[in-house]
Structures are given as structure tokens and as C-alpha cells.
Write a protein of this length. Structure first.
Length: 54
């Protein structure tokens, strides 16, 4: 899934989604929930620290 299609399906601006991805924006819990719904994921999974980063 592209960032653009994720943004469209979550009804968010593409630039806002890019800001989230780059760590420049802090999404509300409601936005996290919308993104999780599109990704068919648990919102908690999106909030866990990325263990691959060191």
C-alpha cells in the first residue's frame, strides 16, 4: 500500500501522513485508530516502539 492510498483511505491529507512517517507530526489517538482500521491492525501495534531501530 502506498502512503497516498493509505492517506486517502484514512481520509487524511497525504502531506499529513508524510509528516507522521517522518516523525514531524504527532497524530491523535483518533487518527491512529483510523490508520489502524485501514491497515486492518490493532492501534496498539502502531504505538509500540520499533525494535529494529537502535
Amino acid at each position: 500500500m502506498t502512503l497516498e492510498s493509505l492517506a486517502t483511505e484514512a481520509d487524511l491529507a497525504y502531506s499529513y501522513m508524510g509528516g507522521i512517517e517522518r516523525g514531524q507530526r504527532n497524530p491523535s489517538l483518533g487518527v491512529v485508530e483510523r490508520i489502524a482500521m485501514v491497515l486492518e491492525s490493532d492501534p496498539h501495534a502502531l504505538l509500540r516502539p520499533n525494535s529494529s531501530k537502535k
